[in-house]
Design a protein around this ligand. Structure first.
Ligand code: ZN
Length: 418
């Protein structure tokens, strides 16, 4: 266990050593590489680098990525023109998969799909007959799924966008709590797609959410004692309860993140620390405008103070990063979550674009493994860090210093990396 308190001078010294270790791959070098790939016609490589930069918050790269996608869409649409229905539809589906959450792309594909009697329904383009059938069976399908989840018939089912929502909250008394919850899960999805979109998301229309009126019923159904919400991957369903004082938003945002990682990101569990860390990152978000908007990324006070308590040894202790990264399973303890949040918060918001590019590479590696429980080894993490000139030791110093400073982006480093 590591117990350390870093006085200001020590932080300055750490920054100096961490900076020298960070001189390898930067936004500038990746941007140059992306441009070279695009010019020499290596579209896949250019796409990967622009996506990496877009995830790291580079607006220019987001535009370039959008342009490259549009070019691909145009090429696929014109290729589809010469094809009979099955081949054409396959090409058009490939175009839609480039950005399945984009309304602009959906509209652009409407008329090419219509030529083959395809229409948009339940998250994707479908043959008109199938779409009609699904629409007719909607009520029945909702009921069937409710039975499959083992919920009583007293649960009302609502299909709202990609969500299938079930609740036994009495609409007469619980209108507000249900309305807030639906707004919150939609706001969470919008922000998730915005942040995680460059990683490549698939569309799903089976994001099941159950809201119990009573905690006792929730516990009896999920057996998740001591929790305020749970996502059960084998069922693909998130469970929550309303209780008497409304329901708890941070656990909702945390568990919904597990669901979207599972259903949309399809990266498996890249690493136990990251799965919990990114769930905490969204879980620490702030819901605004009557739960219609979610803001993420600001250092959240209670998590920060817990983690700082651990760093100073005042409250628990921080696990050395080497063993923390290598842990095969998330520990269900407050200090584990605090540390997972602290590390993810630093990588996502520490003011160093490499942080997010490292996250990008981590997820892409997990996606490429094609396994639901990828669980990348610490060698993989070491290798990914190495691409950016980082070591586990440098990362450890940098993220502790960042939190010691109260989550201000590390001065000196950011300028160094421009
Ligand atoms: Zn979790």
């Amino acid at each position: 266990m590591l117990r350390q308190n870093l006085p200001a001078l020590a932080i300055a010294a750490l920054l100096a050593t961490a900076s020298t270790a960070l001189a390898q791959t930067t936004v500038t070098t990746v941007r140059a590489r992306a441009k070279r790939s695009a010019q020499s016609g290596e579209v896949e490589r250019a796409l990967a680098d622009y996506a990496r930069l877009a995830f790291a918050g580079d607006r220019g790269a987001r535009r370039e990525l959008g342009k490259l996608h549009m070019q691909q869409v145009k090429d696929l649409i014109s290729a589809a023109k010469g094809e009979a229905t099955p081949g054409a539809v396959e090409l058009l589906q490939r175009a839609h998969a480039l950005d399945p959450f984009s309304g602009k792309l959906r509209r652009k594909l409407r008329s090419p799909f219509a030529k083959h009697d395809y229409t948009y329904a339940f998250g994707r383009y479908r043959a008109e007959a199938e779409a009609k059938q699904l629409e007719e069976q909607r009520r029945h399908a909702l009921d069937a799924r409710r039975d499959e989840l083992g919920l009583p018939t007293s649960f009302a089912g609502i299909q709202r966008g990609p969500f299938r929502f079930y609740t036994d909250v009495d609409p007469k008394y619980g209108k507000r709590v249900v309305g807030q919850m639906l707004a919150a899960i939609e706001a969470h999805l919008v922000r998730y797609v915005e942040v995680m979109g460059p990683l490549g998301l698939t569309h799903a229309s089976d994001l099941d959410v159950v809201l119990f009126n009573k905690e006792g019923d929730y516990l009896a159904h999920t057996k998740a004692s001591g929790s305020a919400g749970v996502y059960i991957p084998s069922q693909g369903c998130g469970y929550f309860f309303a209780g008497t004082a409304g329901f708890d938003f941070p656990p909702l945002l945390h568990e919904k993140t597990h669901q979207l990682n599972d259903k949309l990101l399809k990266a498996g569990v890249a690493s136990p620390w990251f799965e919990e860390g990114i769930a905490e990152y969204f879980g620490a978000g702030e819901l605004k405008r009557g739960c219609q908007q979610l803001q993420v990324g600001r250092p959240e006070r209670s998590r920060l103070s817990t983690f700082r308590g651990m760093v100073t040894g005042y409250q628990g202790s921080v696990t050395p990063l080497r063993s923390f990264l290598a842990a095969r399973q998330a520990e269900l303890s407050g200090s584990y979550y605090a540390q997972a949040w602290a590390l993810t918060q630093f990588l996502m918001e520490g003011g160093l674009p490499q942080g997010r590019m490292i996250v990008y590479d981590l997820i892409k590696t997990a996606q490429a493994s094609g396994q639901r429980q990828a669980r990348l080894s610490d060698d993989t993490m070491r290798e990914i860090l190495g691409r950016y000139g980082w070591t586990i030791e440098a990362l450890e110093k940098a993220y502790l210093a960042y939190h010691q400073q109260g989550c201000k982006p590390l001065r000196g480093m950011a300028a160094f990396l421009k």
